[in-house]
Design a protein around this ligand. Structure first.
Ligand SMILES: [Zn+2]
Length: 473
């Protein structure tokens, strides 16, 4: 403590430039400890299958040792004397997921709910140990959530918070976004949020190129990064303006809409995906620009799947987590989509899947998230698991899909040195799963324990604490 204080005085510049990762809290409050199943300075998980998050083949019979919240050894050795031993027979250990599009709020057709209770619990319970919120509906609620988690008073993942959505044009009554309608406004808004402690900002569908450029130039001076759920600015133009990430795979890219007018969101973007050749020259040009500029792409297939008729299969744990009203709003929307055969066609959805697979094959950094919005069927954490299943449906092998959701996300956020793989020296952000997701990807739902911040959290207890509350708090 005194050393840190002294260093802070002597080298303040170094501290400013340090990563935004918080230190492990000095102590944890009862809201945290009630969910803790394992709390020991040295933990050895023995006889466990390891999926390392780097895309390598799983290795059976491993011993993974955690010391003071860090992975200190991965191998075939025995547990050290005095360690708390967890028998991993029949189980799999994978890295904690890095959720790249993981809001702290939730929507159905009937509600928008800031979810500072259910979101952090369900993310952590599902094996998501790092989250980028990627658009705040209530930025100060997120700032306070982050402070509460970092002070050890509430359980939750490591948070990268993102400030309000940056868009353009005129906004409707009740919008919580900010319209950047001049370059001066763009710079002023971005400088303000940099001081408030956000680490990323997200552009939305109405932003102009001029505002985007001014915002990025200002934000990069403060160390901020930018991503976008775009429409008015196509991916290739956003990359040229310096954007750092792009959201929703193919589904927000107007590169292929020939009817689009500059700085305007065209109603024909979805139509431009019909019959798109993901191996064609247009798509290759997008991928080349993104890869050359190190721009990551977030997969959120799970939220688009909600609008494909009769998908996804109804998931009882999702329904159980919702309030009765939220559940009925979701089920009503789901049956309307099925009856009207409306929404997103299966063909376009499959094109979106193929696009993500082609981007990763070309060498792009594809990450994964949930986006718990839409009609309410994609929940915090559960939806992150479902997105991994959808990546397997898209053609990734299970270990490749897990790599997308773990180490690729860490790379996109610039924290790969600290987390995202089962590697000695990294933070012990680990998920113990009953079963073998490398053979059966749906086993990724069978999370037993999640290690984060030096504690082993009991997944079932956290899910039980949220039951019936998603859509309320
Ligand atoms: Zn979103």
């Amino acid at each position: 403590m005194s050393l840190l204080t002294r260093c802070a005085r002597v080298i303040p510049a170094l501290l400013v430039a340090a990563p935004l990762l918080a230190q492990r809290p000095a102590k944890f409050g009862p809201q945290v400890t009630q969910f803790v199943g394992v709390d020991a300075p040295v933990v050895a998980i023995t006889n466990v299958r390891v999926i390392d998050g780097l895309g390598n083949a799983p290795v059976d019979g491993q011993t993974v040792i955690i010391t003071d919240g860090k992975i200190t050894s991965v191998g075939s050795g025995a547990a050290p004397a005095g360690a708390k031993v967890i028998d991993g027979s029949g189980k799999t250990l994978m890295p904690g997921m890095v959720g790249l599009h993981d809001h702290s709020y939730y929507t159905t057709s009937g509600r928008v709910v800031q979810s500072n209770y259910s979101a952090p619990l369900l993310y952590l319970a599902s094996g998501v140990t790092t989250v980028r919120t990627t658009g705040a509906n209530n930025p100060y609620a997120e700032i306070n959530l982050k402070k509460t988690i970092e002070s050890g008073m509430f359980p939750g993942p490591r948070l990268f918070i993102t400030g309000p959505y940056l868009t353009g044009g005129s906004l409707g009554l009740g919008s919580t976004m900010v319209a950047l309608n001049s370059e001066e406004e763009a710079r002023r808004v971005v400088a303000y949020w940099a001081q408030e402690g956000v680490s990323w900002l997200k552009f939305y569908t109405g932003v102009s190129r001029a505002a985007m450029k001014a915002a990025i130039d200002e934000g990069h001076k403060h160390g901020l990064k930018f991503t976008g759920h775009l429409c008015s600015v196509p991916y290739r133009e956003a990359v040229a303006l310096g954007i750092d990430g792009l959201e929703h795979g193919l589904f927000a890219n107007s590169d292929y809409d020939k009817t689009r007018k500059p700085d305007q969101c065209s109603p024909n973007m979805m139509q431009s995906f019909v019959g798109l050749d993901v191996n064609g020259a247009d798509v290759k040009a997008t991928f080349k620009d993104m890869i050359d500029h190190n721009v990551a792409l977030s997969s959120t297939l799970v939220v688009f799947e909600l609008f494909v008729p009769n998908r996804p299969p109804l998931d009882q744990r999702v329904l159980d987590a919702m309030t009765p009203d939220a559940r009925s709003e979701y089920l009503t929307s789901r049956s309307r989509i099925a009856e009207a055969n409306a929404g997103i066609s299966l063909d376009v959805f499959k094109t979106g899947m193929a696009y993500e697979r082609a981007f990763a094959k070309a060498g792009g950094i594809l990450g994964s998230g949930v986006d718990p919005t839409g009609n309410g069927g994609a929940l915090f954490g559960f939806g992150n698991q479902r997105n991994v299943e959808l990546l397997v449906e898209a053609g990734f092998s299970p270990v490749e899909a897990i790599q997308v959701a773990t180490s690729n996300g860490a790379k996109a956020l610039g924290i790969f040195a600290e987390t995202g793989s089962i590697t000695a020296g990294k933070d012990a952000d680990l998920v113990l799963i009953n079963g073998n997701p490398s053979q059966r990807i749906a086993d990724i739902r069978n999370v037993e324990m999640v290690f984060h911040n030096g504690l082993g959290f009991d997944s079932a207890k956290m899910i039980a604490a949220v039951r019936g509350l998603v859509g309320a708090r």
